[in-house]
Write a protein that binds this ligand. Structure first.
Ligand SMILES: NC(=O)c1ccc[n+]([C@@H]2O[C@H](COP(=O)([O-])OP(=O)(O)OC[C@H]3O[C@@H](n4cnc5c(N)ncnc54)[C@H](OP(=O)(O)O)[C@@H]3O)[C@@H](O)[C@H]2O)c1
Length: 317
């Protein structure tokens, strides 16, 4: 068997908020996305060489995958890579719910294979992980990863895949200046030691670390992210100001520095892109080298904010 190693980009593109687009808008993110807008995002990403798109069957209950699949039709399949997920809580009642959810994702995304397929969370690792093996064998899935798993669950999934000659090839967890639980739990070290790429999601804390939102400009009213973060924004001001001032030294902005921090920590941020100019931000973030002092100071300010941004779907690690 030839080993097709997973190639990891500097940053990946997240599309959870794309599940909010069209008539389904004003949901989790309260984003106003249009077809023309997402096409412009994709064109800029394509031109800049960002090619790994992350989604999940459950984002907007299929809508994110549908919108993404339609947009990516304008490029050759070899020009982009797809990352999507099996979510145990949404499993059907058929004989192989993983294969069935994958088929639905393939249809929505308009493709016959997924580059990187994830088990979305660790609900019943022993039951769901083996179901990835036939998908890897028949090529419908090129690589597999696990998301929101703690170290013990990662090792268990790895043992299950290892019995069939495969392995956990990537980890995807919440990781930001404000939420470093995976680092504290030794998962980053584990990934480094075993050469497993760590994909960091919510590096911008759904916009709360983007520099755009604050006490004077709250996250969109009625959205789920507003409920979670608006009350925390005053405590994030010192951190946001320092991100912005470090950014100025690099002709960059606060979100670019938050992403550069995640890159400096050896992770691949998956950034939820909702505006064409976010792609320029990714380009800047990829070019910034933070000093050790910058990193220590940013982490100290983040800790001093004393906020807990763990999502309702996450465990403590
Ligand atoms: N595996 C999992 O359980 C899991 C969980 C969560 C997320 N994810 C993945 O990770 C991705 C990223 O997470 P996320 O989208 O929830 O949050 P995020 O990347 O922390 O934040 C995204 C939000 O920040 C704003 N933004 C993005 N880029 C920006 C930039 N350059 N400058 C200023 N603002 C910017 C946008 O808000 P506005 O639209 O308001 O401008 C966007 O909706 C998701 O899309 C998804 O693919 C996975």
């Amino acid at each position: 068997m030839t080993i097709d190693h997973l190639k990891t980009p500097t940053v990946a593109l997240g599309t959870w908020a794309w599940g909010d687009s069209g008539e389904a808008g004003n949901g989790y993110f309260g984003s106003r996305l249009t077809q023309a807008g997402v096409e412009e995002i994709a064109d800029k990403a394509h031109a800049a060489g960002f090619a790994l798109w992350d989604t999940a069957a459950v984002y907007g209950m299929g809508r994110s995958e549908t919108v993404l699949g339609k947009v990516l039709k304008r490029y050759a399949r070899s020009d982009y890579r797809l990352s999507t997920k099996f979510t145990p809580q949404a499993a059907g009642t058929g004989t192989d719910p993983v294969a069935e959810m994958l088929e639905q994702s393939l249809t929505r995304l308009g493709t016959d294979y997924i580059d990187l397929y994830w088990i979305h969370n660790p609900t019943d690792v022993v039951r769901w992980t083996p179901r990835l093996i036939p998908l890897l064998k028949d090529g419908k899935v090129r690589h597999v990863g696990v998301s929101n798993h703690n170290l013990g669950e990662i090792e268990l999934a790895n043992r299950i895949l290892g019995e069939a000659g495969f392995r956990v090839e990537a980890i995807q967890n919440h990781y930001s200046l404000l939420h470093r639980n995976s680092e504290r739990a030794g998962i980053l070290d584990y990934c480094r030691k075993h050469g497993i790429p760590f994909f960091a999601y919510m590096v911008l804390e759904q916009g709360a670390l983007s520099g755009k939102y604050g006490s004077e400009n709250l996250l969109p009213e009625g959205s789920s992210r507003a409920k979670h973060y608006n009350g925390l924004l005053p405590r994030l001001k010192a951190l946001a100001d320092r991100l912005a001032s470090i950014g100025r030294k690099h002709a960059a902005a606060a979100p670019d520095v938050a992403m550069a921090w995640a890159i400096a920590k050896g992770t691949t941020p998956i950034v939820g892109v909702t505006k064409p100019h976010h792609i320029e931000s990714l380009v800047r973030a990829s070019c910034i080298t933070l000093t050790g002092d910058d990193i220590v100071e940013l982490q100290a300010l983040a800790d001093a904010a004393g906020v807990n941004t763990r999502g309702w779907w996450e465990q403590e690690m």
